[in-house]
Ligand binder design. Structure first.
Ligand code: FPP
Length: 255
């Protein structure tokens, strides 16, 4: 796996933050956007942008681990992405297949636990098998939890949880009056995963686009103009620094 040197910017940002007593966000979630524009600007096919996006995933996993982040969620394929032209869907699922076959071994050796959220039933059976194998193989790792959102949509996730609650109520195993935010959250695909502290979106767009709608209730949002294929340790450090400065301001607020 080709990896660049860890930019000193990351170490500096971490040191500055530590000196100021700022907390590292335990859970960082990223909407990886701008692969297509990155490719078009270079006169390349869109798939080249997605390939470069996989490189950025590798860099960012390394950087997040170095920064002391415990949970990293990446939005790799939204439920809406199925509506892209078939050729692009095939490119993306092909890249996913390659990622699962080629990269999981490396992630495992880095101590990364991999988990998937989203409707995996829409992927080809061999991809579903690779997902299950990757989760089982890395289940004992504790250095970084990497959650990959695939065929994921926040509204669909909430509807599925509501349906499960309604079915349990009909079956008499759940008293609707007893439902709390905590018990409802346990019906979501992110059960056992802390809510994100920081959500980053690249490429200048400033929307959540159906990502972690329930879980983002108290997250800090950081938007950057950097296109996802150009994202790496420096950009992650900048976003963490932005998060830390907001945390510090909040701590100083009177009353
Ligand atoms: C948005 O760029 C990105 C995606 C739709 C997919 C993200 C996928 C990757 C980073 C690669 C695959 C990752 C894994 C883990 C296999 P866009 O195409 O919407 O960009 P645009 O808005 O510039 O057109």
């Amino acid at each position: 796996m080709a990896l660049g040197p860890t930019p000193t910017a990351l170490a500096e940002a971490v040191a500055t933050r530590d000196a100021a007593g700022g907390a590292v966000p335990a859970h960082v979630a990223i909407i990886m956007d701008g692969n297509g524009r990155w490719a078009v600007r270079r006169g390349l096919p869109r798939v080249a942008g997605h390939r470069a996006g996989v490189e950025a995933v590798r860099r960012t996993v390394r950087a997040a681990t170095s920064a002391g982040v415990s949970w990293l969620t990446i939005y790799a394929f939204s439920s809406e992405n199925w509506r892209r032209p078939l050729a692009e869907v095939l490119d993306l699922t092909g890249l996913l297949r390659h990622f699962l076959r080629a990269e999981i071994k490396e992630l495992h050796s880095q101590g990364v636990r991999v988990r998937f959220i989203g409707d995996r039933s829409r992927f080809d059976p061999d991809i579903q098998t690779e997902m299950a194998t990757s989760e089982a193989r890395t289940a004992g790792n504790t250095r970084l939890n990497l959650i990959i959102a695939l065929s994921y949509g926040g509204r669909a996730e909430i509807v599925a949880a509501a349906r499960a609650a309604a079915e349990a109520a009909l079956a008499g195993t759940l008293d609707p009056a007893e439902m709390t935010e905590e018990s409802f959250a346990r019906l979501l695909s992110t059960d056992g995963i802390p809510d994100p502290d920081l959500i980053i979106r690249t490429s200048g767009e400033q929307r959540l686009s159906n990502f972690l709608l329930w879980q983002s209730a108290y997250a800090e949002l950081v938007f950057t103009d950097v296109l996802w294929p150009d994202f790496g340790a420096r950009e992650l450090a900048d976003a963490i620094d932005c998060y830390t400065r907001r945390e510090r301001r909040f701590g100083a607020r009177p009353g």
